[in-house]
Design a protein around this ligand. Sequence first.
Ligand SMILES: CC(C)(COP(=O)(O)OP(=O)(O)OC[C@H]1O[C@@H](n2cnc3c(N)ncnc32)[C@H](O)[C@@H]1OP(=O)(O)O)[C@@H](O)C(=O)NCCC(=O)NCCS
Length: 196
Amino acid sequence: MASPEPQSDAPSEAPSEAQAARPDAPRPGLWALWREDLRSHRGEWSRPGFLSLAVYRFGVWRMGVKPKVLRAPLSLIYRFFFVRCRNVYGIELPYSAAVGRGVVIEHQGGIVVHGNTVIGDRCILRQGCTLGIRRLDQLDDAPVLEDGVALGAGCVVLGKVTLGTGCSVGANAVVLKDVPAGAVAVGIPAKVLGTP
Ligand SMILES: CC(C)(COP(=O)(O)OP(=O)(O)OC[C@H]1O[C@@H](n2cnc3c(N)ncnc32)[C@H](O)[C@@H]1OP(=O)(O)O)[C@@H](O)C(=O)NCCC(=O)NCCS
């Protein structure tokens, strides 16, 4: 169960490792993030994953435009492209989620990200991934993916669970508990195979 609609108005890119280490460091602008996402998607600008991330970055960036009279048309543009990504590519990635740098969305279709989800740097999302809430009375409890998490096709991650750095989730797994860093979790409900 996932509610991908934005839960708050706060612009919310997850701080990268470099930014976390140096919080005063200048944050990259929209153009730099677009270029970086394009590189992560092998330079193929027509990939739905890249285009959806580009719309997401724009949605976050436009929240930094303070005069409401300027932000309103940008929000309309964002909304238009957000709906297009959802309806055409099947990728729902609302701006209120926190998405780090170098994230790759491989393929498209059935990708749903709750508005409170945190996705760290260099994570990989594949087709059919759901990152959502577990129950309707826990609307804010969304997953946290640390850096370098790889999600297999069709996996479902529910509730306030943390997927540790560099862990992998198998195709079609249903993750209901935390996964330790570096571990591989498979099955329904997902069980950890082992840690390196
Ligand atoms: C989970 C995954 C990363 C494990 O890879 P791995 O570390 O090489 O693990 P192995 O292939 O050695 O499998 C280890 C065990 O887990 C089982 N397993 C692997 N993937 C599984 C899955 N998705 N669901 C259930 N069990 C799985 C294997 O059968 C094996 O069980 P066994 O020890 O009883 O024989 C990989 O199987 C996977 O699912 N990757 C997702 C990739 C993907 O979605 N690709 C789509 C591209 S479009």
